[in-house]
Design a protein around this ligand. Sequence first.
Ligand SMILES: [Zn+2]
Ligand SMILES: [Zn+2]
Ligand SMILES: [Zn+2]
Ligand SMILES: [Zn+2]
Ligand SMILES: [Zn+2]
Ligand SMILES: [Zn+2]
Length: 426
Amino acid sequence: MSSGPSSLNDLIASQEDLLQEAALALPHEFSRCTFSLGPIRQAVYLCLTCATPRGICSSCSIACHTDHEQVELFPKRNFRCDCPTDAIPHACTLNKGIEVENSTNEYGQNFRALFCRCSKPYDPKTERETMIQCLACEDWFHESCLNLRERPSPREPSPEPSDLDTTVAHDDDRSDTSSGLPSPLISAEDYDAFVCFACVSKIDTLRRYAGTKGAIMVVSGGENSLWRKLEGDSPTDSHGSHDDSLVDIDDSQQPTTKRPRSRSSSQNAGRDPKRPRTSASPSPCLAPTVNSTAETILNNQPSRLKVSGSSQGAGDVFLTEGWRQRWCRCSHCLPSLQAHPYLLDEEDTYEPPEDPDSGLSLEELGLRALERLPRDRTIDGIRAFNDMRDGLMEYLRPFAQEGKVVEEADVNRFFEALKESKRAQS
Ligand SMILES: [Zn+2]
Ligand SMILES: [Zn+2]
Ligand SMILES: [Zn+2]
Ligand SMILES: [Zn+2]
Ligand SMILES: [Zn+2]
Ligand SMILES: [Zn+2]
């Protein structure tokens, strides 16, 4: 964009250029509901205004529930958009026919806006901890609930940034508050995937690998001591015998109440719940020796989940880089993996299709640009965008009527005034 004087038409053209650039940066089409694609892994949104524990796709979150309060639930697998179904009272604007309620979607606590094993709502304004998604159940967990750190005190809700407000003027690192926390026991670089205890305990292969090399379990370091990583490195960590008489290692005692997964239920049919004890199978089992400490923790967990309450550890597992390649795939181990295909192959997460269309209105382009904003700011953002566009046009109209050249400084003045009025409101 040139910095020289320009006419109103030039200015509007350059504003359109900017919006086109924004559209190119997000070349995705948000005009199609994903309902017709069936159950897929996709970003799912919860509409609080519609007040039904159902989920909607990203297009519907923009097109159908624009002015509703929403919570982003992030990717969920095997999920079909509920917006066009009769389970959601608000009519879908993208998929016109009213569809029958989805029968295969699973609605965990996230669909009641609750997260983690502590079942708390997520508030981005006060939450200081990183939340970690379980590979298997796709719920989100606090680092402290995984014993990776002490629970930090909640952050004060931060007011809108303002240079005029002297009470926050020298609070320069407000936006870095989360990085002000000490680093967790296991940081993001140290692992590739996380599986919560509840899921580990339901998947034979994970039970078997938990606490061995590359499948780190967080356990208590002993009485009054800090949490430590159990990863099969220490010689005492991975001996085959176990001396805890309370531990019942009979696998047939494992609860059989598995959450039905539409895609995997048929593959579960031929599954032998018993872990191989002998090498009667044609190919030898290459799984590591069970870590007895991890086994004790997994077997002693109460059926009701506690909030980081176990004295030994919660039984969560962090898988390090390359974990999919490390599983034993012998005839005993493979069925457990096949029942959970994401353990064998990386999953695709649906993204709205690339959209070569360039004939979009300013509003549409603006809406797309807004899709980049964090969800809680988007609703305000749409209003702000419309106000801004209307205001700019009104501000520039006299220039056009008088045939005056619009300088960049004139436009900057408009945005300055807009900022001032925002400050005055807050
Ligand atoms: Zn939809
Ligand atoms: Zn809604
Ligand atoms: Zn819709
Ligand atoms: Zn929690
Ligand atoms: Zn889980
Ligand atoms: Zn094996």
